[in-house]
Ligand binder design. Sequence first.
Ligand code: GN1
Ligand code: MG
Length: 358
Amino acid sequence: MSDILFHQISQFTTIGDVLAIEQLTTGHINDSYLVKARSGKYMIQRINHFVFKNVPQLMENMLLISNHIKNKSATNNTGFVVPELVNTNSGNCFYTDETGDFWRMYRFIEGKTYDVVTDPLIAWEGAGAVGLFHALLSDLDVAQLYYTIQRFHDMDFRMDNFHEALDSDKLKRSMKCHNEINKLFNFAREVSPLHEQGKKGLFPLRVTHNDTKFNNILFDKNQKAIGLIDLDTVMPGYLLYDFGDAIRTAANTAVEDEADLSAININMEIYTAYVKGYLKNAQSFITTAETDFLALSAKYMTFIMALRFLTDYLDGDIYYKINHDHHNLQRARAQIKLIESMNIHFLQMQDIIAKGIN
Ligand code: GN1
Ligand code: MG
């Protein structure tokens, strides 16, 4: 591993002598390594081009977004942080190796992330950062961005993939998850109004992050949210995707792949704090139609993830990195349990949105 990595790192000589390399294991998609060099800390990543079909376009999006945010947060004095790329020796923002793999390097940002949120102030802070991210990008024309993954949160597309995986049932795994399959078909009916309203054009297309799981929000040592990381999926989307995905991960009493289902519930205190923190920064641009669907978006995004995890389980684990044989099934079960908990609290979830920031 190290020899190959040293070769990739040598494409970025401005960082100076390399002292140590460590593998980072949090993401499900790209391969990431921390590089300690004489000039500071960096992160080098191999971009997964099975998932991201057009890496040059993805990198164009990334430059556009980070430059836009950097310029605006300098003039507005928000101090909002986004990952900063290091150029290769030939002045590009990524490097393509002999095997066709794509590599990029960032300056490492010191900060803290939360896999599980227990403090409402952290939820409120993080929500504010997502709201600010939307606000800072609200004047960027969505037409300038590529779709780095087509139909990423489109439930029709995800259901088609699920049906195909079920039909081929390559590893005969469907018999292990009849219950989960049936539950997903029921949830699909419950969340489909959001998708239908989207198709009718009820929600504006905005520049959204599309992967706002809470641990993509970065905090400083004083527990202030300082910015968002993982910009691979920033593209046109609905604000509801970002709100829903953040609730799925922040207002969950357990981690995304918790094996003990009894430990998984929606944390209403965290939910409330997130709603208030988000609306504080979004009230100037959020529409009534969007507000009306905020509560359902949490269920919608949790459903999309359950569906994607179970599809990958049926497909034989070709998309997400896994740590053990039935990891994707475990992840799907955990998401299903969270939806069941949201169903119990759904009226309360809507009431809290209706109350707004007060
Ligand atoms: C993937 O890159 P990472 O691990 O943050 C996935 C997201 C899922 C997430 C679930 C490109 O995100 O959509 O929400 O796993 N990203 C992609 O943890 O598929
Ligand atoms: Mg990601």
